[in-house]
Design a protein around this ligand. Structure first.
Ligand code: AMP
Ligand code: ZN
Length: 140
């Protein structure tokens, strides 16, 4: 499979690794949006949140907590944005699930979390919540 992150995991192309464990690899993003920007991936290929098993995702998010804690301490970050994209429409570029850990500082102005806070229509919000509840799959 022609997947760049699978190649990193297989050691075929280099990466600056931060955490290398049985199910999970964390490495530095080579186009960092802030100092310390890193990615956490499952070693088993899964394109996105819809494809990954709950157990692999659990391993990934546990590693995210540890890496986020580590980078926050290491760089004295004032906050950390945790971000994960699914599909081209959400701007996912690399089709191997990864969670971004982006250290943040007051007034760093990064355009990752500052969407306009405009009150929504509560009836519409409740209707959407009802529909979503009907579609929640059983835990596996
Ligand atoms: P996205 O798929 O939009 O969530 O983002 C993919 C991320 O992977 C981008 O932030 C890239 O900078 C990063 N990236 C792509 N190739 C590499 C690589 N070889 N090593 C480290 N990071 C990479
Ligand atoms: Zn892959």
């Amino acid at each position: 499979m022609d997947c760049i992150f699978c190649k990193i995991i297989a050691g075929e192309i280099p990466a600056v690794k931060v955490l290398d464990e049985e199910l999970v690899l964390a490495f530095m993003d080579i186009n960092p949006s802030s100092r310390g920007h890193m990615l956490v991936t499952p070693k088993k290929h899964a394109e996105n949140i819809f494809e990954i098993s709950e157990s692999d995702l659990a391993a990934v998010i546990k590693a995210v907590k540890r890496c986020a804690t580590a980078v926050k301490e290491a760089l004295k970050a004032e906050g950390v944005t945790v971000l994960q994209l699914n599909g081209k429409a959400s701007d996912q570029i690399v089709p191997h699930l990864h969670i971004h850990i982006i250290p943040r500082w007051e007034n760093d102005g990064l355009p990752v979390s500052n969407w306009e806070m405009k009150p929504g229509d509560m009836e519409e919000i409740k209707g959407i919540a009802r529909k979503v509840k009907e579609h929640i799959p059983p835990s596996s």
